[in-house]
Write a protein that binds this ligand. Structure first.
Ligand code: SME
Length: 163
């Protein structure tokens, strides 16, 4: 049985360092992309404060399709270049949105979401696999430390598929 640590962290750096270790332990020895996405989404959702949605969109053909997540039901298909997720996928870089109402083309899946950060998942060969999407009901919930932390967690996920 795996227990999500119910503890306080002195800094975001410490939170994400601990979460990275927990994610590595949780995904260790398992390569299934859906199983590992499901467990990582659950770990993040329950360990990172202030989230209302945490999960994956996977690239299928020329669009993103929702994968394992925690939170309210979400939009199923997102075209590359559309919304925050499609923009991160198209640019192949992390997109941090402090206020979703100011992001042109934001796709409102959960009306509670006020800020969002989306990290692209790129495999070692350089192919886009999908994105990791985190939403918060608080405006400006995410900063560069959160983005860097989620990038490390996304890297643990991608590595788990092959090692
Ligand atoms: N708001 C996202 C869509 C996905 S949901 O947040 C789960 C976007 O604009 O891409």
């Amino acid at each position: 049985m795996f227990h999500v640590a119910e503890q306080q962290y002195a800094s975001k750096d410490e939170l994400y360092r601990s979460l990275t270790l927990q994610a590595q332990a949780l995904l260790q020895g398992e390569h299934d992309p859906v199983a590992n996405a499901a467990n990582l989404a659950a770990l993040i959702f329950h360990a990172v404060p202030g989230l209302n949605w945490a999960g994956f969109y996977f690239l299928h053909g020329d669009e993103l399709v929702v994968g394992p997540f925690q939170g309210k039901p979400a939009c199923v298909r997102i075209a590359i270049g559309r919304g925050v997720c499609g923009t991160a996928a198209e640019r192949r870089e992390t997109v941090l949105v402090e206020d979703v109402d100011r992001f042109d083309g934001h796709i409102p899946c959960d009306a509670d979401s006020r800020s969002e950060v989306v990290v692209p998942l790129i495999d070692p060969a350089g192919s886009l696999l999908g994105v990791l999407d985190l939403d918060s009901p608080e405006a400006a919930r995410f900063d560069a430390a959160d983005a860097a932390g989620f990038e490390r967690l996304a890297a643990v996920y991608v590595a788990s598929l092959s090692t």
